[in-house]
Design a protein around this ligand. Structure first.
Ligand code: HEC
Length: 224
């Protein structure tokens, strides 16, 4: 059978259904003859060609292009760069894998390290929990509750002592990863694509990559 004949035979029911729907919509009064706007049950609106009231006219079959998949800018699902791509804009590639984090190092940013600036960044973002001397005894841990019964405001996980063996024995990349994702629980949650429930914020969203590497160096300096 010639291909054309096959197509026409297949297409015929579609044409009949489309024509039937068109007649139904036009006759049921939800077709605006002036603008071509068609409303179905208040939920669906689309445009048909405007048909002249008198005289003959060809029935136009619309091709339903709005059903074809199309991605607008910033629309989800976002198309992410392929694994291992090198960003030409310098945007950060966030690493979630702990083994990969261990191999990272902050050498690229060490040239711009400014101890005074990093102390300021630490004081603003970390001190409230980890304390002025990094011992994990920030004001949040000692604040008395307003109840006046000697209970504390804070009863969450103890902020880690950043100058203890626990942290000094970590690689730069690990410390960087924990700052980026909100400690070990934050990293674990992110690796499972879950929202973090950790006390510590995910500083990957709050500080630049450079600021976080500088904090690693700041923690190292304070540990000496
Ligand atoms: C709201 C309190 C809070 C703030 C603010 C905070 N942290 Fe934490 N941090 C914690 C807690 C609590 C932990 C222990 C992990 C947990 O259970 O969430 C932790 C864990 C860590 C760890 C992982 C240490 C380990 O060995 O597990 C590092 C590194 C760290 N914080 C560095 C920082 C730095 C640097 C900042 C500032 C940019 C910061 N934190 C801000 C509460 C905080």
């Amino acid at each position: 059978m010639p291909i054309n004949a096959l197509n026409i035979r297949r297409a015929r029911p579609v044409v009949i259904i489309a024509a039937f729907l068109l007649i139904l919509l036009v006759s049921s009064g939800c077709y605006n003859t002036k603008t071509g706007e068609v409303k179905v049950g208040g939920a669906i609106t689309f445009d048909l060609p405007v048909f002249p009231k008198t005289g003959s006219h060809a029935v136009q079959i619309f091709s339903e292009m709005h059903y074809s998949p199309a991605y607008r800018s910033q629309e989800v699902p976002r198309i992410l760069p392929p694994e291992g791509s090198v960003p030409i804009t310098g945007a950060e590639v966030k690493v979630l894998d702990i083994d990969k984090l261990k191999t990272l190092d902050g050498q690229v940013h060490s040239g711009s390290y400014d101890a005074v600036e990093s102390a300021r960044v630490y004081a603003v973002n970390c001190q409230v929990c980890h304390g002025q001397t990094l011992l994990g005894d920030g004001p949040i841990t000692t604040l008395n509750s307003a109840r006046g019964d000697g209970s504390k405001v804070y009863d969450g996980a103890i902020p880690v002592n950043l100058v203890s063996e626990r942290v000094t024995s970590l690689s730069d990349g690990e410390i960087f990863g924990y700052i980026t994702w909100g400690g070990r629980p934050g990293l674990a949650a992110a690796a499972r694509e879950k929202e973090s429930t950790a006390i510590m914020p995910q500083f990957g969203y709050l500080l630049t990559e450079e600021q976080r590497w500088h904090l690693v160096q700041y923690i190292r300096d304070q540990s000496r």
